[in-house]
Design a protein around this ligand. Sequence first.
Ligand SMILES: C[C@H](N)C(=O)N[C@@H](CCC(=O)O)C(=O)O
Ligand SMILES: [Mg+2]
Length: 364
Amino acid sequence: MKITDIRLGMVKVPLKTPFKTALRTVNEIEDVIVMIETDTGHIGYGEAPATAVITGDIHGSIIEAIRTVIKPKLIGLDISDLNHVTRTIQNCIMKNYSAKAAVEIAVYDLFAQLYKAPLYKMLGGGVPKLTTDLTISVDYIDKMVADSLDAVDRGFETLKVKVGKDIGVDIERVKAIYAAVEGRALIRLDANQGWTAKEAVYALHKLEDAGVRLELVEQPVKALDIDGLKYVTDRVHTPVMADETTFSPREVIDLIKMRAADIINIKLMKTGGISNAIKIADICSFYDMQCMIGCMLETSVSVSAAVHLAVAKSDVITKVDLDGPSLCAFDPVVGSVNFDGADISINDAPGLGIQSIKGLVMLP
Ligand SMILES: C[C@H](N)C(=O)N[C@@H](CCC(=O)O)C(=O)O
Ligand SMILES: [Mg+2]
């Protein structure tokens, strides 16, 4: 199965409600879709969101990186040489993680199609079911409480509550949500870099002293403030998770050696795709550290790949934040991963099982 062409398109899906974090507010998903064509007629699908505030990627950079650098290196390569293909993708350009991720996802889709197996089986097997959390956007306290109760009523048992704005209001936000859903849902926080280390310790001590039990706090401080992350990890009982701080396997090793966080959030758009995500999961497994599988604002094209990976690495990926499709007003993908509220399941279609993408606009 040889790569003959790589075509690009755009998919646009409105969100059910605006997605608001300490870093940005977004109303719709607009992502680059990658379609890798082969001499056997098989097509592999991938997707890249432009999350400039986290990965530095924008639509233009994703499209140009794939068109002018990655694609010329891949034409003619044989999908059965998976390691050679993924190394070529990783080594042909620095950074550009989302572009690399989209192409790698399509390559893995084809690799599993080649052997007529669902991707998770090619990655090691597992039970093809997951349960995801749902993100509660940062907002007025009453709105966040109402959104949290609505999520619980819809069957979500874990809420990822966005904070990282005004520290005093953040404490009140979390207390109010905790009181409203106590006993019905687990709460994880994501400050998206919005606090200083001292503010984070102050807020978490206030919440711990008030009896608010949190599953974890994600990325309390700036991405590059590793000393700050360790400062928080050393001082609070609530487990601390690194998100924006760690992209590569190297960064994960450094973080683990410093004991700067308790948990790692693996996202394909930070690792540059599946090959490095596997390395990070294996490093964490070796060091006995838990991981979360996360996503950016992605549709079920690329989130499906994350689902397959998480199923295969469920020994170490014990937490799931794959709510991209749940945030979408509709699912544009006809495919084999079924996103039904908190419940995610995979059937036995080969690869990612993507048959078509509704509303896909191909780029010239
Ligand atoms: C969508 C997911 N639950 C999430 O929160 N992902 C990111 C932010 C993604 C974005 O801004 O596009 C995270 O910080 O974990
Ligand atoms: Mg995060």
